[in-house]
Ligand binder design. Structure first.
Ligand SMILES: O=C(O)CCC(=O)C(=O)O
Length: 316
């Protein structure tokens, strides 16, 4: 069995309580409107406690231990605590206007410096992408919360409104795409410009998984980490390359994601199922072989889900 304490960053006893003490930053009416309209919104100062940030930073390196992924909450205890005990799941619940939230994934993004400002790295280092491959036709209740772990000039760029407009264009999900791609060019012409923000350490950018975005590189390196949250009751109908290592943990198609072990409920705390499951998850011991859910792309809107009512006002 994988001994997490030996490899994972130090997981101080005080961390869960300290994270639970961070005020949950729910979106204001204006921020929610911007998120609905543009598909992405900048939320300054979500994580300001320097001790918490310092602890998080200590785990942000790759020790090259087989089975241990420092970017993944399924093996990194500090990331697990930040994504579950911290204020972010409440932010996701307010962004999606749902009562219960499941944690889908975490990832860490160190970006190299030494580039002219605003350089959009081509694939595989960069690339235009969505965070999940998904069935256009409705808006998936899935947000990424990207948190700045350094100050950074315009770390990410978004095509404003692409979360809605792509329901009609159905461009591929990436990440081998560039802004020169024919489908992306047509989509962009149908959207309302590009969006990016300068960020400070502890700021967040909240965006729909269906908003096209990409990393921008600059003179200075920067670090960010992402937490991906989904409405716990959402019927499983998405395809995520990252889940292919974990297919035996996914629920059957069209069963609420909360019913699988892949995406436990993390919000509200009273409904949390995260501690009912084995941890850490090691992909090699949950290989695709023998999995119940085939790692194939589901057909479009497999489960007949619908967009929230507010989407109507942004449809042309
Ligand atoms: O920070 C980055 O470089 C990429 C972040 C991103 O694309 C994501 O979290 O979906």
């Amino acid at each position: 069995m994988f001994p997490p304490s030996q490899y994972a960053p130090p997981m101080p006893d005080w961390l869960p309580d300290a994270l639970r003490g961070v005020h949950p930053r729910t979106l204001t009416k204006e921020e929610l409107h911007a998120l609905h309209r543009d598909g992405a919104v900048h939320i300054p100062g979500v994580l300001t406690n320097k001790t918490i940030i310092g602890t998080l930073m200590q785990g942000m390196h790759d020790p090259h231990i087989p089975g241990y992924d420092y970017k993944d909450w399924r093996t990194n205890a500090v990331l697990k605590s930040v994504a579950t005990d911290g204020p972010f799941a409440a932010t996701a619940a307010s962004a999606l206007d749902v009562d219960e939230i499941s944690l889908w994934a975490t990832n860490v993004f160190p970006a190299r410096g030494g580039f002219p400002d605003g350089f959009a790295a081509p694939p595989p280092e960069g690339g235009v992408h969505l965070d999940i491959d998904f069935t256009p036709g409705y808006l998936l209740p899935f947000v990424t919360i990207w948190v700045a772990l350094t100050d950074a000039k315009r770390p990410l760029e978004f095509i404003a409104g692409s979360h809605i407009r792509n329901m009609q264009h159905d461009c591929p999900y990436g990440s081998s795409l560039t802004v020169q791609d024919g489908c992306i060019k047509k989509l962009e012409a149908d959207c309302h410009g590009r969006l990016s923000w300068d960020v400070q350490l502890g700021d967040a950018i909240v965006f729909y998984a269906q908003t096209y975005h990409w990393a921008l590189l600059h003179k200075e390196p920067r670090l960010g980490f992402s937490m991906r949250y989904i409405a716990a009751d959402h019927k499983h109908d998405v395809f995520d390359l990252a889940t292919m290592r974990f297919t035996s943990l996914l629920p059957q198609w069209c069963v609420p994601v909360r019913n699988g072990t892949y995406a436990p409920v993390v919000y509200p705390r009273s409904s949390s199922t995260i501690d009912d499951q084995p941890w850490p998850f090691i992909p090699s011991s949950f290989s695709c072989l023998g999995a119940d859910v085939p790692p194939v792309q589901p057909s479009k809107n497999l489960c007949g889900s619908e967009s929230p009512a507010w989407v109507q006002q942004f449809l042309k």
